[in-house]
Design a protein around this ligand. Structure first.
Ligand code: ROI
Length: 168
């Protein structure tokens, strides 16, 4: 019997602060759109943001993408890591350091997932203006799995270090 996996809407955070970040995000968007079985794709504007964590690294470009997919969350993570690697993912140091491309699963349907490889919703998404504001642009009515409305999270996290990129 073929096992059916439910189609879920996922939200992916994109970030880059090494190399030609705008070109890297463009290319990552094409790769996300090309995931077999992904449908109803949307991408936010790109935002320039000050680094969270260590400050001795360049500003980031961030965006949020959404699509529906019938891959499970861990299989989706495998695909995202392959896309990161195809973009020559380089990390200068630890998890807080500069990188060419970072793709994070922010939300996977309404699921709360806690495995060795994956925590969903992304554990810091509610503190990150570079996630909440692009997410709001593409999903203004979103309710998070804990029942909190995105707009209420957004009100607690100012966007004053975020700059909307006018031309993509
Ligand atoms: N800071 C910003 N502004 N954008 C990111 O995508 C980002 N990613 C990270 C850390 C190092 C936490 N800081 C970031 O992983």
């Amino acid at each position: 019997m073929i096992s059916e996996v439910a189609r879920e809407r996922c939200y992916i955070g994109l970030g880059s602060n090494l190399g030609e970040s705008k070109d890297i995000l463009h290319s990552a968007v094409q790769a996300l759109k090309a995931i077999p079985d992904s449908e109803q794709f949307q991408i936010s504007s790109y935002y320039q943001s000050k680094p969270h964590g260590p400050q001795d690294q360049p500003d980031y470009l961030n965006a949020v993408a959404t699509f529906t997919i019938s891959l499970g969350a861990e299989a989706l993570l495998d695909v995202l890591q392959a896309i990161e690697n195809n973009h020559g993912r380089v990390r200068l140091g630890d998890q807080w350091s500069a990188r060419t491309l970072d793709l994070d699963i922010l939300l996977y349907g309404n699921h709360q997932i806690e495995t060795e490889r994956l925590t969903v919703p992304h554990p810091w998404m509610k503190q990150r203006e570079f996630v909440l504001h692009p997410l709001f642009e593409i999903a203004p009515d979103l309710k998070l799995p804990d029942g909190k409305m995105l707009i209420d999270c957004l009100r607690e996290v100012p966007a004053d270090t975020l700059q909307l990129l006018q031309s993509q």
